[in-house]
Design a protein around this ligand. Structure first.
Ligand code: ZN
Length: 72
């Protein structure tokens, strides 16, 4: 398997770092080059709490639909 390489400086060592992008609602974890800091990618797109809250709203909506259908 090929060795991962930084596209900016050619470095081969990477690290995790949590950053707070301007205007973001929550911090984002990124993989960056240990030598120059170039970001290789992100590891999360939303806080798990936000995902749980969204799932709860979807569940509540589905229950309302089922109750309405059962009343027919
Ligand atoms: Zn680099």
């Amino acid at each position: 398997m090929a060795t991962s390489k930084c596209g900016h400086c050619g470095g081969h060592d990477f690290e995790l770092k949590t950053i707070m992008p301007a205007g973001a609602a929550h911090p984002v974890e990124v993989v960056q080059c240990s030598a120059c800091g170039a970001v290789m990618g992100t590891l999360q797109t939303a806080e798990i709490g936000e995902v749980h809250a969204l799932a709860g709203r979807i569940d509540a909506g589905l229950r309302a639909v089922v109750e309405a259908l059962n009343r027919r």
